[in-house]
Design a protein around this ligand. Structure first.
Ligand code: SF4
Length: 54
């Protein structure tokens, strides 16, 4: 799941699931300029996962 891509592609429905399931607590929903909840990512809490090539 790529939260940033989902939001920037206007696919986010502000459900808050990403905030609830992130094991690092890296996502929090904030109200944007239009009054909608927007997932914000705390980059200090994120980590990269490498997918092995097959
Ligand atoms: S709030 Fe998070 S989980 Fe829900 S649609 Fe937006 S990006 Fe996806």
């Amino acid at each position: 799941m790529n939260v940033r891509y989902t939001y920037e592609s206007k696919l986010c429905c502000s459900c808050g699931a990403c905030e609830g399931i992130c094991p690092k607590g890296a996502i929090s929903l904030k109200i944007d300029a239009n009054g909608f909840f927007k997932p914000e990512i705390n980059e200090d809490r994120t980590y990269a996962v490498e997918i092995p090539k097959t």
